[in-house]
Design a protein around this ligand. Structure first.
Ligand SMILES: [Zn+2]
Length: 115
């Protein structure tokens, strides 16, 4: 299950972040995953919670934002959201497009407070 290894690398990042701030603890971490990143949000949340539970990081929570695929039409420059199967430009019908979003796997924020 690769969501579990993603969850643990997110947690490592959080640990690294709070290690440089003594007396503080992380309460939440925001993650943005694109539709093309092939990550199951529920599995990621489940794996994350399983690692945090009963650890010194409890009650750290994860906030997952899912991003649709976005395409830009190479013929008319229209940008549109789509799923991975429909790539036809809604403005001109062209099939020539470039993927401009949807492959993200980013940590967007780490919320820290006084311990
Ligand atoms: Zn177009």
């Amino acid at each position: 299950m690769h969501e579990l290894s993603i969850a643990s690398s997110i947690i490592e990042t959080v640990r690294g972040e709070i290690a440089s701030r003594p007396g503080r603890r992380a309460t939440a971490v925001g993650v943005r995953i694109g539709a093309l990143a092939a990550i199951d949000a529920d599995a990621l949340r489940f794996g994350f919670d399983a690692i945090v539970k009963d650890s010194d990081l409890e009650p750290l929570r994860i906030d997952i934002e899912q991003i649709d695929r976005r395409q830009r039409c190479l013929d008319c420059s229209t940008e549109f959201e789509t799923d991975r199967y429909t790539l036809t430009c809604p403005a001109c019908g062209s099939l020539r497009g470039a993927c401009i979003a949807g492959e993200e796997l980013d940590i967007t924020f780490i919320e820290v407070e006084e311990a």
